[in-house]
Design a protein around this ligand. Sequence first.
Ligand code: FAD
Ligand code: GLY
Length: 358
Amino acid sequence: MADILIIGGGVIGLATAVELALHGAKVKVLERGICAQAATWAAAGMLAPEAEQLDGELLELGLRSRALYPEWVSKLNHITGEDCGYRQCGIFAPMIGMSDWESHSKYIDRQQANSIQTGLSHDIAGGLWFPEDGQVDNRRLARVLLLAARSIGVEILEGVTVSQIAHSAGKVTHLATSHGDLKSDRYLLATGAWSKELMSLPVTPRKGQMLAVFDPNHSLERVLFAPNVYIVPRQDGSIIIGATVEDVGFTDGNTTAEIDRLLTEAISIYPSIANMSIQSTWWGFRPYAPNEMPIIGMSDYANLFLATGHYRNGILLAPITAHLIANSMGLESSGKNGDLQHFARLFSTVTAVGKIVP
Ligand code: FAD
Ligand code: GLY
């Protein structure tokens, strides 16, 4: 019997598992099988609360989480000796033609843009420069989280599918799984776009198609974030180009039309992409929740916690989500991270929504 059973081994489940285990909890993660379509593996890894133009509470959450990143990845590095590919490389949001962005505090003109990144399209008149936004290599991060979790005693049960959350008198009694019933004091649902299979939460998939090209010259240093495409350079020369946002359920596959569109848009921003070779294409499913607000905190069931619905920003929001869950389980004092309790309360209110699927 574990103290805490976590359903879902994506970035949210794993980040929380590490956090809880570091607070002394005995944690097990149940993952039905790591797959390329889980958002954690499909993502671009941008840490972009500003470029994504988040606002209100979500912006505050995003800025706090971005601020946690340097210490978080260095903690993971300390535990594992591995690097997650975190870089505060800045994100440039280019502007083609005229717009009213010139009055924006983050506006830079064409000349300034060329000084932070060479090789931009001549059509770019300027844009917004967000030097504090950045990126992490999300696949490396996921591997490092798996390693970190295992090395501090978290049990990762891969190949275990949870088919039902059994409950009685407002409390979860056990999980019915492909490997029999599993019991714990507390449970965390972190099942991303698939959350509705277990609870009637308002979380639905939003498909994203992506591709990677290879830049042998490593010429792109900044993330470029345009209205219809973003371009994310990795340290190994890969450049990630994304992404579609499609409300098509769990429809598999890349389409030629969307990959063509993404490439055309990318080349119009950074022309040398036209000469780069295509490395791979893939797709994945973002967990969309209403108003793009993640669902984090206690559920209506006394010992069941929720961390899902992170939509476009779950890589960014992983460290703060882990803190919030630890906090709502009473494992962390609010002092260390300012007024986290305020956020925990806020998200608990938001989450009083779902019933367990019978
Ligand atoms: P997931 O990564 O989907 O993990 C859920 C896990 O639960 C899966 O591994 C699944 O197998 C498991 N599971 C589900 N049901 C069960 C069950 N019944 N039993 C056992 N296991 C189960 N975010 C950013 O911050 N920056 C970005 O640049 C960015 N780009 C993105 C680009 C794309 C194309 C996509 C798709 C997403 C992007 N995101 C980005 C969003 C981010 O990837 C997600 O918000 C985040 O990964 C969600 O993590 P998760 O752990 O909740 O879900
Ligand atoms: N945050 C980028 C995406 O979800 O596509």
